[in-house]
Ligand binder design. Structure first.
Ligand SMILES: NC(=O)c1ccc[n+]([C@@H]2O[C@H](COP(=O)([O-])OP(=O)(O)OC[C@H]3O[C@@H](n4cnc5c(N)ncnc54)[C@H](O)[C@@H]3O)[C@@H](O)[C@H]2O)c1
Length: 274
């Protein structure tokens, strides 16, 4: 897909951070954009900030963990704009703790949003994209935590590795079609991800939250505060769609970290092949 002018995009997690960055970039390129988010107030505020493009934007409150809600949001988008060409399954949350300590509620929340949320987007839009047959693209937001691991990030890494795997499978399944698939794997980006708990459903709150090393939490908060501008991430995403590139990396320093992981894996093969 080369041109976004007059095309339509659906972006989840569009009221903040990377999702908002992608929505803005798509609007700048002349696309219609449906903004989807679970946080109604932030979504309304985003809509008024983007008011100058108001004939090309609309919004829908939608919890991506709920397959029915995502189907309804998709139908609202078809009714409002017609054919949809870009779907950014981006909504995600950060939560975790050491594996021995992570509660079932936390697993359910992280899997529901970060993994099933992406699948729900694929299932709600792919049959429609195949039916209209115009050039289209699915972008799933994973993380560099879908390539490398870190202590205390079990649920996050497990879901982000799964999003990488699912997107690679999707790209294979779509080979030769007019639809591309990409997975976004950024490192630190300046967003509100550290405040993810603001969107945690009451039923999935733990009476005793998982322990997380306060020094590590502070380090991560600093890294995010000094992180990449979401607008720069969004530019990389649009470039990757145009190039039909499956993996989207944003931070050159993560190349060495990824290489280290693969070196370790190859070392284990060396151990059996001499
Ligand atoms: N910020 C980073 O450093 C970073 C790095 C790698 C990957 N990511 C990924 O980027 C994506 C976007 O996160 P962000 O950093 O912009 O954080 P953010 O908190 O600024 O934005 C996330 C948005 O998703 C929405 N959201 C949360 N739960 C939802 C749900 N159940 N249904 C619909 N919307 C929901 C939030 O309301 C928010 O608007 C996530 O998938 C995250 O894992 C972020």
């Amino acid at each position: 897909m080369q041109d976004f002018q007059g095309r339509t995009a659906f972006v989840t997690g569009a009221a903040s951070g990377i999702g908002l960055g992608m929505a803005r970039a798509l609007l700048d390129q002349g696309a219609n954009v449906m903004l989807a988010d679970v946080e109604a107030d932030a979504l309304a505020a985003t809509m008024s900030n983007l008011a100058s493009a108001d004939n090309r934007i609309d919004s829908v409150v939608c919890d991506v963990a709920d397959a029915g809600a995502v189907s309804e949001a998709a139908q609202r988008t078809f009714d409002r704009f017609g054919n949809v060409h870009v779907v950014c399954n981006n909504a995600g949350i950060g939560a975790g703790g050491m594996l021995e300590d992570v509660k079932p509620e936390t697993w359910q929340w992280v899997i529901g949003v970060n993994l099933m949320g992406v699948l729900h987007g694929i299932q709600a839009f792919l049959p429609h994209m195949k039916a209209h047959g115009e050039p289209s693209h699915v972008v799933n937001t994973a993380s560099i935590a879908g390539m490398i691991t870190a202590p205390g990030m079990g649920p996050y890494c497990a879901t982000k590795f799964a999003v990488v795997a699912m997107t690679e499978v999707l790209a294979l399944e779509l080979e030769g079609s007019a639809i591309g698939a990409s997975v976004l794997c950024p490192m630190w980006v300046r967003t509100r991800i550290q405040e993810s708990d603001r969107n945690r459903p009451e039923a999935l709150r733990n009476p005793v939250p998982e322990k997380f090393d306060p020094a590590r939490r502070e380090e991560m908060a600093q890294a995010i505060e000094n992180g990449m501008d979401p607008a720069e991430v969004a530019d990389r995403v649009l470039d990757a769609i145009r190039a039909n590139r499956v993996h989207i990396f944003t931070h050159p320093e993560t190349r060495a970290l990824t290489q280290d992981r693969f070196d370790g894996i190859m070392g284990a093969f060396d151990a059996i092949t001499g």
